[in-house]
Design a protein around this ligand. Structure first.
Ligand code: MOS
Length: 725
């Protein structure tokens, strides 16, 4: 069995993604987007579009599709296209052209004439800081401000005044987009009043629910299918514009409709990561003990303020054992594309600021950066009583320092020919969570087992986890497990989000396996069955009685059953009242900055992670490498460039030529190492999340390494050549 079940299908092209589905009579939709950042659409001239070859229908706010509002308990309101004439960012979906072919739809879409009543637009976070507002309650489950002071201290300022060393600096991070390889797309098919939508997502039940709301259908009338997902990272949680539009247009036309965003549209017609500004003040004793930590954050949001990048909250939930802590979080609504969850939301940009500041403090103290972090190791989240269930961050640093040769680092870096070489470290943390999840387990008479859930595998390895945990729980070989995911007709499998899927689905599999084994034993010992009246046990895929055994397949065949099914469920429970849960890691980066050209190259990377039990080393390592590469990307490459003047608010680099991401030549061999301590206080499986932590801390480690190499402290990302002159 391959280490990664989906790999052969993906590399041979057998994997069928949403857009690979074709149906007789299918029509093609093309999304029309706004060209201004703020205003109202006064009129849309679609005469030429309608008479263009092959065009079937043109939908707009003036001729809308019947789509209703969508709001779910988990994600709040989800924006639904064509419901009003207000434009709040450039690149917002404002129309949908459906034609016989994709090319015809695209050509006709170019003929749409839009006139706007344009309004002033605010499109820069830095320009908008004056307009910042405290985040509205209800956005995240924590208050916008939090202060924890030790007894006898009346304000955070007082704690800084009592600190021997204080560092204070402001950091900025750029807005980003997930840019998944597979653009947001959908194929919608109606049959007898029921809708099936093929569309990549992070868990089929959420888009199924959202589509049913928008279309005014019973949830049971909508099925969402997503066997393969070409990258998601938080950007495919909520239902995409093409899915809403294809579904509604298909209903109107009575034909299947296929629609996809273009690469350029993915940058605006979805949602991305907020830009942030963060001020951090650290106060410490001479020996490095933190006395006070303040983290004030501002993040961009869309005009509706629908998502907050919780950079400060990351600090309050984890990190350091400071005696005094003050955080605040403000939002700056801008006329830019919406913001949403993006891999390690909060922690990714938050750790750039906090872990850069810790490096600045280490320098001010003349202390080794690892030693400073060890000294302030937290045993529980600041201000909370619940200790970490399992934390081996010290070991991550110890092993990491050895493997990386940290002892060879000198305060001023070193030179190697024309290259200035430096090393940097940072802490990585990401909360360990679970979502409610259900998994169906069916023992089949032919000796195979179906393990099925509606969850998604956007490259995370869930499919393989299903087979490995299924095999272990049923005590059989993994090649007898037939895992199935990516279909809302299967038991609701939680989401591939929040680094929760393995822990959530894995625990549900264990529960389901125990149930189905119980049912098998009852069946085997029932009157007329092969073990009637006997004491029976289960091991090795077999029922054991008094002096004889049978495989479960034999028992099912002997009792005339085609199969036996149980649905196992799991959800966060009592453990939440007893412990705090987080994954931890230590990031090590070496950079080389050219003495003359000033280009910065990451030359070595190591991440050592404490994520509980590792179920599958290959997929776990894949996840962490991907996250670490993303960290390099954030540090040196990625960021929206927003147009000014005539093109105010447009994403000027909305393609993969202008929106820089690392290529292979930018990335060295990456060393990923695990310290493996199963965390059975978190869940029975012992696994904690690994999906997001890989990127956390990397940008700071890069910036810290650049400082070590050059003496230049850059307090914003991405760091470019011009910052190092
Ligand atoms: Mo993630 S940002 O929860 O997909």
């Amino acid at each position: 069995m391959p280490a990664r079940l989906d790999a052969p299908m993906k590399v041979t092209g057998d994997a069928k993604y949403a857009m690979d589905h074709n149906f007789p009579g299918m029509a093609y939709g093309y999304v029309v987007v706004s060209t201004i950042a703020h205003g109202e659409i006064e009129s849309m001239d679609v005469t030429a579009t309608k008479s263009a070859p092959g065009v079937l229908e043109v939908y707009s706010p003036f001729d809308p599709l019947a789509l209703g509002p969508v709001s779910t308990p988990m994600f709040g309101e989800t924006w639904v296209p064509l419901r009003d004439k207000e434009v709040t960012y450039a690149g917002q979906p404002i129309g949908f052209v459906v034609a016989e072919t994709f090319e015809q739809a695209r050509d006709a879409a170019m003929l749409v004439g839009v006139s706007y009543r344009e309004l002033p637009a605010l499109t820069s976070l830095v320009d908008g800081l004056d307009t910042a507002v405290a985040m509205a309650p209800g956005h995240v489950d924590e208050p916008p401000e939090l202060t924890v002071l030790e007894e006898g201290v009346s304000s955070i300022e007082e704690a800084f005044a009592a600190s021997a060393v204080v560092v204070d600096a402001t950091y900025r991070t750029a807005a980003q987009n997930h840019v998944p390889m597979e653009p947001h797309s959908a194929v919608a098919v109606w049959e007898a009043g029921e809708l099936t939508v093929y569309s990549g997502n992070q868990g089929a039940h959420l888009p199924a629910l959202e589509l049913s709301m928008a279309l005014g259908l019973e949830p049971s009338a909508v099925r969402v299918v997503n066997p393969f997902v070409g990258g998601a990272f938080g950007g495919k949680g909520q239902t995409s514009a093409p899915a809403f539009l294809a579904a509604a247009a298909s209903r109107r036309l009575g034909r299947p409709v296929k629609a996809s965003l273009t690469r350029e549209q993915v940058f605006t017609a979805t949602a991305g990561r907020a830009a942030t500004v963060q001020q951090i003040t650290l106060g410490a004793d001479r020996d490095g003990t933190l006395i006070a930590l303040r983290h004030d954050s501002w993040c961009s949001t869309d005009i509706a303020g629908s998502f907050i990048e919780p950079t400060s909250h990351g600090t309050s939930r984890k990190w350091y054992a400071t005696r005094n802590l003050a955080i605040s979080q403000k939002i700056v609504p801008l006329h830019l594309p919406p913001t949403t969850y993006m891999r390690a939301p909060g922690e990714a940009p938050g750790s750039f600021a906090l872990e850069s500041a810790m490096d600045e403090l280490a320098e001010a103290l003349g202390m080794d950066p690892i030693e400073l972090r060890r000294r302030n190791n937290s045993l529980a989240p600041p201000g909370r009583d619940l200790p970490w269930s399992s934390k081996h961050l010290d070991e991550c640093f110890r092993i990491g320092a050895d493997r990386f040769g940290w002892a060879g680092r000198t305060p001023g870096g070193r030179a190697d020919g024309d290259w200035l070489v430096g090393m940097g470290v940072a802490v990585a943390m990401f909360p360990a969570q679970r979502f409610p999840a259900s998994v169906g387990i069916t023992l089949n008479a032919d000796g195979t087992v179906d393990v099925q859930t509606g969850g998604a595998d956007p490259g995370t390895g869930l499919l393989t986890v299903l087979s490995l945990v299924g095999a272990e729980s049923l005590d059989i070989a993994a090649d007898r497990i037939r895992p199935r995911i990516g279909d809302s007709a299967l038991p609701p499998g939680g989401m591939s989000a929040g680094s929760t899927a393995t822990a959530s689905a894995g625990t549900a599999i264990m529960a389901g396996a125990a149930q189905v084994i119980g049912e098998l034993l009852t069946l085997a010992a029932s009157p007329g069955a092969p073990f009637a009246g006997e004491e029976v046990t289960y091991a090795d895929g077999r029922v054991h009685g008094q002096g004889h055994t049978m495989t479960f397949g034999e028992v099912l065949r002997a009792t005339g059953r085609p199969g036996l099914t149980a649905v196992g469920s799991s959800a966060p429970g009592e453990e939440m009242t007893k412990r705090s849960f987080s994954s931890f890691g230590a990031q090590f980066v070496e950079v080389r900055v050219h003495r003359l050209t000033r280009e910065a190259r990451v030359s070595r990377m190591l991440g050592v992670f404490d994520g509980g039990r590792i179920i599958n080393h290959q997929t776990a390592r894949n996840q962490l490498m991907g996250g670490m590469i993303w960290g390099v990307s954030a540090a040196l490459h990625e960021g929206f460039e927003i147009g000014v003047g005539e093109v105010r608010g447009r994403v000027a680099n909305a393609d993969l030529a202008g929106y820089l991401i690392p290529v292979n030549a930018d990335i060295p061999d990456i060393d990923v190492h695990f310290v493996e301590y199963p965390d059975t206080l978190h869940n029975d499986l012992g696994a904690r999340g690994l999906g997001e932590i890989g990127t956390v801390g990397v940008a700071a480690a890069v910036a810290n390494a650049i400082h070590n190499a050059t003496g230049i402290r850059v307090r914003h990302i991405p760091i470019r050549i011009e910052d190092l002159l």
